[in-house]
Design a protein around this ligand. Structure first.
Ligand code: ADP
Ligand code: SF4
Length: 689
């Protein structure tokens, strides 16, 4: 059972008039579903309730129609009509005794109002500050607007109460909430009693807290979420000012929710931020207030969590990503099942779901946001179907997850791997600079699989169609992965282009296998996710001079969606990597590459000693193709189905492969749904015409 060292994490804690059953606090986090997929979001929160969290929050909820952040999909509480949707959310949260919290957001200078077309209202008149630099400016709130805004907060608080919530979080962190806009001199240039000295800049927060307390404070706890350091130059709401603010307003909210800095800081990927990265910023704030404090830090280790409490740094362990990767994290600690924790790897694929307005997914937890859509429980598999045995070929993320989940269902599984390690691409990529935490994808699954008596693993077993047919399993799952192309075919080049065979040329696979170019190396990145940038770091570490050429406008462009792009550019520039944006590569000769401007096609030669080609990947699917060609022999071999999954089917990020493995395991022996949609979907109810 529970290790007594962790007892402290399970102490009940008061937040104003309500009491949390323990110190596990799921801070607000987006999920890409929001108002478009409310039942999916509610079921996701419900799984955390079952997993033992003491406090569970919604994502940001736009509390009035004069401020919204389209195209991003969050929640809305604009009128009474929104209450039933939110009630579904709060009921799911409270289903196992957690407190249900709602985060009320008024985005001010962060809300372009592209949907409502209202003129944005902000603390000061400024251009809207968004990821997309929308060509919209906000008007400054006048005194009567401020009175209106206070009333809108009260209305939203009353609606939150009607929707069944126990806690309200007033959002003033990450540069996204109006409370921070008032507090920060970056966004507050007012000369009235709401601007100037900190005491004035804090006035709005004090007024709204008092208003809401009058309205609902006897039954609901009020939290205020501010960033520990705004990190925007000299004018930003600095850590020193945060401390002053807390000290001046010692007991203002019922709980201080202290986020890190910008969203990029707060959700810093493992490539750039360690667990508990915000510790120095939060240390000592406890002494300035009598109210409890929650803080985040991608906590996955119960020892670190317990230390945060016993050292007097935090009162609640705030988690967003760790609660996504493992909704059952508190329960596993409580039950003494530490090795079963599915630790977040800090890849921020979850964030990309919000940034792409799709629906969030998680590399470690393939059931995230599929709890309602597909009925996937994060800890329980569906019962075993009619057949008994499965051969899984390839022990990458797809094959490992398929094996783990099939074994959980009760199938006899043989996992055959050509190499000598579990993990496939993860076993290799985890040794690249900054990616060691990604190894948890393999570690979690390897541990789980080793606990199962119904799994056998064969290493050094590169199977071909003959050996698969000899094995005679009922089902064959091919998860044989993919390899990086050498011929440069990706987006700029859809067919191979001119490459002199005498020029040393390396793929990412070559570098991960230990090949070591030297001298001046050009990396041609037409992949645009992390690999090009990571290899630039690797080569600089190995003493090369590196030029990175990419047709995109940003280094590692897609990492804009994982909140890493700016750090990647900063790191590479700091290491002396020459970065050439908006340029492709048109030819590779001996001793040089020829590049071209993506706009004008103007060309130039860059002398170099070697080239690293980060293009696209090609599926390793020979075994699948051979087996498909020999379908007539399946019945004699006892084979009922052969499927190809993961990168072998179509290369993608690791999360895609894990999902494919999980889906294979879930659907084996399932009913044939024909042309039907494979998930539930929520459709807006038609209004009267
Ligand atoms: P995914 O991301 O889809 O899981 P990976 O490339 O990470 O794919 O992993 C594929 C794994 O399959 C690698 O570990 C590779 O060694 C293994 N593999 C590839 N072909 C075979 C084969 N014919 N027999 C056994 N294992 C194979
Ligand atoms: Fe963690 Fe990555 Fe899952 Fe997000 S997607 S919760 S960062 S493992």
């Amino acid at each position: 059972m529970r290790d007594p060292r962790y007892d402290v994490l399970f102490e009940p804690m008061r937040i104003g008039p309500v009491t949390a059953k323990n110190r596990f606090y799921q801070v607000p986090h987006c999920n890409g579903g929001g108002y478009r997929d409310p039942s999916a979001a509610a079921a996701m929160r419900g799984s955390k309730a079952e997993g033992g969290w003491g406090v569970i929050f919604t994502e940001q909820c736009e509390m009035h129609h004069t401020s919204e952040i389209t195209p991003f999909i969050e929640l809305r509480l604009w009128e009474d009509k929104d209450i039933p949707l939110l009630r579904r959310m709060s009921e799911a949260m409270k289903s196992h005794g957690a407190l249900a919290g709602i985060q009320l957001a008024y985005s001010g200078v962060n809300g372009p109002n592209l949907y409502t077309r209202e003129v944005p209202l902000a603390v000061s008149a400024q251009p809207i500050r968004t990821f997309t630099n929308d060509p919209v400016q906000a008007r400054a709130l006048d005194k009567s607007d401020i009175r209106d805004l206070r009333r809108w907060f009260v209305n939203a608080a009353k609606r939150s109460k009607a929707a069944g919530f126990d806690l309200i979080c007033l959002y003033g962190a990450h540069g996204f909430g109006i409370f921070q806009h008032f507090l920060s001199r970056v966004t507050n240039h007012r000369s009235d009693e709401y601007g100037g000295p900190l005491e004035n800049r804090a006035r709005f927060a004090r007024e709204v807290v008092a208003d809401i307390r009058d309205a609902v404070g006897d039954t609901m706890g009020l939290t205020l979420r501010v960033s520990l350091d705004e990190t925007i130059g000299d004018l930003g709401f600095s850590n020193a000012e945060v401390r002053e603010f807390v000290e001046m307003n010692r007991n203002l909210p019922d709980l201080w929710d202290l986020a890190h800095g910008t969203w990029e800081d707060c959700s810093g990927p493992s490539r750039f931020k360690e667990e508990a990265a915000q510790q120095a910023l939060v240390q000592g704030i406890h002494a300035l207030t009598d109210r409890p404090i929650v803080g985040v830090g991608r906590f996955t280790s119960p020892d670190v969590m317990a230390r945060m409490i016993t050292s007097g740094t935090l009162d609640f362990i705030g988690c967003a990503r760790p609660s996504i990767a493992d909704p059952f994290l508190p329960r596993k600690i409580d039950e003494g099942r530490i090795d079963d924790i599915r630790e977040c790897i800090g890849c921020n694929i979850c964030v990309s779901g919000d940034m792409t307005m799709s629906i969030s997914r998680c590399t470690q937890n393939p059931t995230f946001m599929e709890e309602w859509r597909k009925g996937w429980h994060p800890e329980r598999m569906n019962p075993k179907g009619g057949s008994q045995s499965v051969l899984v070929v390839g022990a990458g993320p797809a094959g490992l997850e398929a094996t783990r989940a099939l074994a959980e269902r009760g199938y006899d599984v043989v996992l055959a791997e050509a190499g000598t390690a579990l993990g496939g691409r993860v076993a290799r990529e985890r040794h690249l600079p900054g990616l060691s935490a990604w190894g948890r994808v393999a570690d979690y699954r390897a541990y789980q699989i080793r606990q199962k008596s119904n799994v056998e693993i064969y290493f050094d077993s590169r199977l071909d169609a003959d050996s698969v047919l000899e094995f005679g399993f009922e089902h064959v799952c091919l998860a044989t992965g993919a390899t990086w192309r050498r011929d440069g075919v990706a987006r700029q080049h859809v067919v191979p282009f001119e490459i002199d065979a005498a020029m040393p040329l390396f793929t990412p696979d070559d570098l991960m296998s230990g090949a070591a170019p030297s001298g001046h190396v050009v990396i041609y990145d037409d992949d645009h996710y992390y690999m090009g940038g990571v290899l630039a770091e690797l080569l600089v570490q190995k003493g090369c001079t590196v030029t990175l050429i990419t047709p995109a406008a940003y280094v590692s462009e897609w990492t804009l969606n994982t909140l890493e792009q700016h750090e990647i550019h900063r790191r590479l520039a700091g290491m002396g990597v020459a970065i050439e944006l908006n340029r492709g590569v048109t030819a590779i000769g001996v001793g040089h590459v020829q590049s071209n401007c993506t706009f004008t096609d103007q060309r130039r030669e860059t002398p170099c000693d070697a080239v690293v080609m980060v293009a696209s990947r090609v599926e390793t699917n020979e075994v699948y193709r051979d087996l498909t060609a020999r379908q007539a022999e399946w019945a004699d071999a006892g084979i009922k189905t052969v499927q190809i999954i993961g990168d072998a089917n179509a290369p993608g990020p690791i999360a895609w492969a894990v999902y494919a493995g999980h889906r294979y395991a879930r659907e084996l022996d399932g009913e044939d749904i024909g042309d039907a949609l494979p998930f539930r979907r929520e459709i807006t109810e038609l209004a009267a015409g």
